[in-house]
Design a protein around this ligand. Structure first.
Ligand code: 9MR
Length: 563
């Protein structure tokens, strides 16, 4: 795909723009350029403009300029031209321009489903037989208890594969579920008409929730029914080869119960209970099961407030060694905040916050799998009125969430790609695409609190980043854009013999750590440290906790922009 279009260096969201939204392209070089917007079919000039002052990229030293054509609002297909040799990819201006990306990125979760056939009717050419029935899971020595001794067998089917690998991790499922559940709670009406063509599409539950429930039912099986503690993960001892799911047959284990996993589980169960009680007719008893599980998990965590998952320590004590994703976390104060917030919002009992320090005097950290404090803040603000929250508490939360976004938008117009993404070099960490998406979500919470359109514009520009307006020129969502990611580190996409990767998956994005030591990187600059090569698990893997904020950002912007 990318080979057909010579790269002019002009960067643009390769999908397109809302008629009334901000529209920006980035032109390389240091001389102010006159540019025109041309109609794709006829080449007719429809808009003329001049680029802004050149800026110097802090990572590569390269110069770029912003071409703003926001004033042009007519629906159609266009490209930007600086001269005959310098044209952008074609993009579209229309209403609901990101609906397909929102649908596909949620459908991406369907393709990650464990223990179920994906028939052609739903999966198209990516149809495949079920992988991992997960009905005979061993209790690892680290997880043994009186009722469940080492090597006892439990059933723990369903769920989503975490990423390019085939394991299932509670901590990473936690933030993923929290993000998707919050999307539903923030924009419930939008999901009345949002069909991803999954087996459950014909029932009376929104597809977003049906998809969530596939993983929720798995998560429920990860709680030890005896004491309420939750296993950290369900995994092979080591990663599978690059094979299809149904060919992967290694024994799988649940390993050590831990506080981070249990609190993330509590938060997810509490939020699910809150949402699913409105669907009791369709899903009898499910909301109740979630709330019982949440309370039991909370009680376990109270008795075990700081049991950390440390894989190196675990391997010193127990066999077999477990060397898959660790998701180890040395600090669980943020997991306490999130779980307490969700329990409070579910039960309306403020006691859940007793002994919890909300830490609003410190700068809000961006959500990641190891830092979930903000998810608690978002929920408390969502229910502040309903909970009749103490006004000082809600004012502090609001101030904290707004300060985060105010800091993001400060001076971002002077950034080389006119995005808040990349202002800090730290943004280019493992899974940097999820940083861009989670920043976008934070900005939309700021918009919700203020109705100030600047926050929506900035959120939209981070979506532009993900869909092509970035230093690599790639659109990071598989199946979307003119320069697509074709070789993600994703076992089914590698092993299925189909040229196109499974669609709707968000590639991790630039990561100057380059921990995979792939030899195909062409740059060491932070914002260019990306290689579209399946060896690159550090820059080109996919993961559920990156896809979830992509779904949120695209769907929330659709909901906001198409009002
Ligand atoms: O997303 C995780 C990232 O923050 C860590 O730095 C990295 C190394 O520990 O692991 C990432 O998570 C991977 C997980 O451990 C296993 N499945 C694939 C995940 C995405 O690369």
């Amino acid at each position: 795909l990318s080979a057909q279009i010579p790269d002019s260096g002009i960067r643009v969201n390769q999908i397109g723009f809302y008629p009334g939204g901000r529209k920006v392209a980035i032109i390389p070089g240091e001389k102010n350029a006159a540019f025109s917007v041309k109609e794709a079919s006829s080449g007719k000039v429809v808009f003329k403009g001049k680029s802004g002052e050149p800026v110097t990229n802090p990572y590569s030293g390269k110069k770029t300029q912003t071409a703003d054509f926001s004033d042009f609002r007519k629906a159609g297909k266009y490209y930007i031209e600086v001269n005959a040799n310098s044209k952008s990819p074609v993009f579209e201006i229309k209403d609901r321009v990101h609906k397909e990306a929102a649908l596909a990125s949620l459908k991406g979760f369907y393709y990650q489903r464990v223990s179920i056939d994906l028939p052609e009717k739903y999966a198209g050419k990516w149809a495949r037989p079920a992988g991992h029935p997960d009905d005979k899971i061993l209790i690892h020595a680290s997880a043994a208890s009186a009722g469940r001794p080492e090597n006892a067998v439990i059933s723990s089917p369903r769920g989503w594969y975490d990423a390019g690998d085939y394991n299932k991790y509670i901590v990473n499922s936690g933030i993923t579920m929290g993000t998707l559940l919050s999307l539903y709670e923030d924009f419930p009406a939008y999901f009345e008409d949002f069909n991803t063509n999954i087996p459950e599409s014909t029932n009376a539950v929104p597809d977003l929730l049906d998809e969530i429930i596939w993983n929720l039912r798995w998560m429920l099986t990860m709680q030890d029914p005896e004491d309420g503690g939750v296993y950290h993960k369900l995994t092979n001892p080591r990663f599978d080869g690059m094979i299809m799911p149904d060919a992967a047959k290694n024994p799988r284990y649940v390993v050590q119960k831990g506080t981070a996993a249990t609190l993330d589980f509590v938060a997810v169960m509490a939020q699910s209970a809150r949402i699913l009680k409105n669907f009791n007719a369709q899903l009898p008893g499910l909301a109740d099961s979630c709330s019982v599980a949440a309370v039991k998990g909370w009680q376990w965590a109270k008795k075990n407030p700081a049991v950390m998952y440390d894989q190196n320590e675990l391997n010193k004590q127990f066999d077999p060694d477990i060397v898959t994703g660790a998701y180890g976390d040395k600090n669980v104060s943020d997991e306490w905040i999130w779980a307490a917030a969700e329990m409070y919002a579910l039960t309306k009992k403020p006691e859940y916050l007793d002994g919890i320090v909300l830490e609003t005097e410190r700068a809000m950290p961006l959500p990641t799998w190891s830092q979930v404090k903000a998810l608690g803040y978002y929920t408390l603000l969502r229910f502040a009125d309903e909970l009749k929250m103490e006004s000082k508490r809600s004012a502090d939360l609001k101030k904290n969430v707004l300060a985060f976004s105010d800091d993001l938008i400060k001076g971002y117009q002077k950034q080389p790609y006119h995005t808040v993404m990349g202002k800090s070099e730290k943004d280019y960490s493992w899974g940097s695409s999820s940083v861009a998406a989670n920043q976008g979500i934070a900005l939309l919470y700021a918009y919700k609190l203020t109705k100030d359109a600047r926050y929506v514009n900035a959120a939209l520009e981070n979506l532009d980043y993900l869909l092509g307006r970035n230093a690599t020129g790639y659109s990071f969502l598989t199946g979307f854009g003119t320069k697509q990611v074709m070789h993600p580190h994703h076992r089914p996409s590698i092993a299925d013999g189909i040229d196109e990767p499974v669609p709707g998956l968000l590639s991790g994005g630039p990561n100057p750590g380059q921990q995979d030591k792939c030899t195909t990187y062409t740059s060491k600059f932070a914002d260019e440290s990306f290689t579209d090569d399946d060896c690159s698990y550090a820059s080109n893997e996919i993961a559920i906790n990156w896809n979830a904020p992509m779904v949120y950002l695209a769907a929330a912007l659709e909901a906001i922009m198409s009002k």
